[in-house]
Design a protein around this ligand. Sequence first.
Ligand SMILES: C[S@@+](CC[C@H](N)C(=O)[O-])C[C@H]1O[C@@H](n2cnc3c(N)ncnc32)[C@H](O)[C@@H]1O
Length: 271
Amino acid sequence: MSSTELDTSTLAEKYDQLSDSQFENGKLLIKELQVENGHLVLDIGSGTGRLAEYVAKTVGKKGKVIGIDPSPHRIKVASSKVKPSSNLSFEVGNGEDLSRFKEESLDRVYLNAVLGWIENKGTTLAEIHRILKPGGKLGLTFTSKNIQKAFSTDRQVADRLLKKEPYASAVKSDDETPRHPIKTDELILLLINSGFKDIKLDIKKNTRYIPTTKEYFDKKEASAHGNFLANIPEKLRGQFKSDLEKELEKNRTPQGIELTNYSLFATATKS
Ligand SMILES: C[S@@+](CC[C@H](N)C(=O)[O-])C[C@H]1O[C@@H](n2cnc3c(N)ncnc32)[C@H](O)[C@@H]1O
């Protein structure tokens, strides 16, 4: 089952409104990727198309941005941003099947906050290498598995709860399926094995202040397209959510609930 089968139009519309943090990271990634006027760009896991719409302005009329996403709900919201004779288009499509794209046909390919949802990352990265032009670049933003586990505030709060009953005996704390987070060194190995060179990595600390736990859950649910807390058995999910809410409230400051995490940025060039 694809991770997007539980997505809904409500979650997709909410994501479009609540995805400022992903959008801001995406803009930084696009700068690092040196996207230029005239470039042909593929946005894998484009979601509701905010970043693709932004990139379309940079590549101008001579360029083109194609966004693909397996969720028809996200593609519907994204397609509403396409104007007649636009250099922007969206199609339902999975990052694990890029066979529709021709060899050496694209200048830039990026995945913004998507890599963790791709199960077979080796195949996808090799396919991206195939479809990029020589000298073309790949860009990724992602959360690194071990860095997230060690430093993300909400992940630490959740992990502490999962060590206690009734969760400890019911949940495998390391199993995040259908997400498949990757460690940074594992990603570097995959990039090298796929033929990429000039691999650059950067890390950014994000501190956010969330006014209410409702806003926190709304953003998490919309970002996970129906898979939020999928690793917790359904009968325990309500109780876990209210336990998590109480724990998150302990991080309240005058500005809101303080949450820290780290975003990873990677760029690589096709040799
Ligand atoms: C957190 S959202 C990021 C959306 C967008 N890239 C952005 O910058 O806002 C994750 C996206 O990954 C998509 N996704 C999940 N599995 C995928 C896959 N196998 N291939 C491509 N996209 C996938 C989801 O549908 C969702 O739109």
